[in-house]
Design a protein around this ligand. Sequence first.
Ligand code: ZN
Length: 144
Amino acid sequence: MKCFKCAKGKMVPAITGMTATVRREQIPVRAEAMLCNRCGFQVMTDAQSDAYTIASADAYRTKHGLLTTKELKQIRQRLGMSFRTFARHLKVSEASPKRWEAGLVQDRAMDQLIRLKSDLAIARENVTYLEAHLGAPPPHHALR
Ligand SMILES: [Zn+2]
């Protein structure tokens, strides 16, 4: 691929440092782009652009203690759920889990809900917390 800008150099893949803006925050990201070996002009292929979106989101998520794309995918796959089933499990639209895995940053409340509804240790911790504040629930038969 020839450079669009100088028309003399050749575009080659290279890992470059960039600054992404995620939720109005400037985040340094290293991602692959096509770089002109002569004038330094940079462009991204569609695949590089998709990877950059995820890398930017993950840099932000890591900084703020949120689940990353890889972790979100692992959680869903460990539960053996499709996007649709996982969305129903969380009572969100089917598009949401797809968007999160593609690099749309989930908000903190949703991040907590995902953990609560997919991680046994966190779910148990929540039950223990509630029992300590509300008292243990009555035996099941007493509810009938
Ligand atoms: Zn060039």
